[in-house]
Write a protein that binds this ligand. Structure first.
Ligand SMILES: *Cc1c(COP(=O)(O)O)cnc(C)c1O
Length: 385
């Protein structure tokens, strides 16, 4: 049955057991059994399809992966214990000593740490480029093997032109690796721009309720085979329990993202002229510097709004202290609205220069807009300002 992607995200399911349950059971098992020695031999020899051990595969994990791959429009995927393990697996499955990684500089804090602190330990070189793709070709070297980017970026909400980045990757025969966490497959599908690997932190919008960690690498079968072989040996596989939660969450991702985005746009419009705010960013707000690119490659503006407070670092801390309803927490992509101040928390390890280079000013506030009534979210932010 060929149906729309959102229908597949709801209807794809692990096989039904003789109990004829409606909702997929949770296959909370470390390993799987065989009828006889011959069957066991054949499964281990890859002659027969079958599960062996949940570090390799598990029906609940597979259901989650198949649903997410359907949403992204990729052939397949491999689910991991967290977004970071997906990113590390995507690097270490394809990069080797002497290779060079071209990475956009506005990326998640832990990804920055992996690239700058750990990859060089294994002889993998890197260069950072800005979010302006016109500067990228000059940074490509003979040993460049992969381009990595995030869009919209965290937390600055820059938009990277996926069509331009994809064209550069194709021209130079580079693997094109996109962290699609912020947009989700509801907001944009990087495969349309030639992405070879698509990364998710399922911990964020995909879970959507701040419960479990998870991640995934998605792409063509030949590439995901490499990720699978790497993960099956090294062990960052997703827990079936978390997969069960995340798979149920995919059934509501489309409707949730529609409301998150609508609430976020409402806040952006209501707050843009506030006297305590120096500037405000939302991808689908016309004042966004890359508004045209956002409209071209995204289906909605997503659930994050950023603004810069007049008064810098102290104003940022005071704003957080004044909030009554919004949560102060490290996560994003929750039913509950969350406020964060990157300069004093998630990006505090960067130098002020590094922060400035990726658009994190001292007074930057990031709001992950939840599903509460939009006027309650707005009222709390207004009183805190
Ligand atoms: C949170 C996040 C990650 C890391 O995901 P975890 O599930 O926390 O490991 C990677 N990329 C982006 C853009 C994120 O927001």
């Amino acid at each position: 049955m060929s149906t729309h992607r959102i229908t597949q995200a709801i209807r794809i399911r692990a096989g039904q057991t003789p109990e004829m349950e409606h909702t997929t059971p949770l296959f909370l098992t470390s390993s799987f059994c065989y009828e006889d020695a011959e069957e066991m031999r054949a499964v281990f020899a890859d002659e027969k399809e079958g599960n062996i051990y949940s570090r390799f595969s598990n029906p609940t994990v597979q259901e989650f992966t198949d649903r997410l791959a359907a949403l992204e429009g990729t052939e397949t995927g491999f689910a991991t214990a967290s977004g970071m393990s997906a990113i590390v697996a995507s690097f270490l499955s394809f990069l080797k000593k002497g290779d060079h990684l071209l990475a956009c500089n506005a990326i998640f804090g832990s990804t920055h740490t992996v690239i700058t602190k750990y990859l060089p330990k294994y002889g993998i070189e890197y260069s950072y480029v800005s979010t302006d793709t016109s500067t990228w070709e000059a940074a490509i070297r003979p040993n460049t093997r992969m381009i990595f980017l995030e869009t919209p970026t965290n937390p600055g909400l820059d938009i990277v032109d996926l069509a331009a980045a994809g064209a550069i990757a194709r021209k130079h025969n580079l693997l094109f690796n996109v962290d699609n966490c912020f947009a989700t497959p509801i907001g944009q599908t990087p495969i349309d721009y030639g992405a070879d690997l698509i990364i998710h932190s399922a911990t964020k919008w995909i879970d959507g309720q701040g419960r479990v960690l998870g991640g995934a690498v998605l792409g063509r079968k030949d590439l995901i085979k490499e990720v699978y072989l790497f993960c099956r040996s090294t062990g960052p596989s997703l827990s079936p329990f978390n997969a069960w939660i995340l798979s149920r969450s995919l059934e509501t991702l489309d409707v949730r993202m529609e409301r998150h985005s609508a609430n976020a746009l409402y806040l952006a419009q209501a707050l843009e002229d506030h006297p305590a705010i120096a500037s405000l960013r939302y991808p689908f707000h016309p004042a966004h510097p890359q508004y045209d690119i956002a409209r071209r490659q995204m289906k909605n503006g997503g659930g994050i709004v950023c603004f810069e407070l007049k008064g810098g670092l102290e104003a940022g801390r005071k704003f957080l202290d004044n909030l009554k309803m919004l949560s102060l927490t490290a996560n994003l992509g929750d039913t509950r609205s969350i406020a964060s101040h990157p300069a004093s928390t998630t990006h505090a390890k960067l130098t002020p220069e590094e922060r400035a280079a990726v658009g994190i000013s001292p007074g930057l506030i990031r709001i992950s807009v939840g599903l509460e009534h939009r006027d309650d979210i707005l009222a709390d932010i207004r009183q805190a300002l």
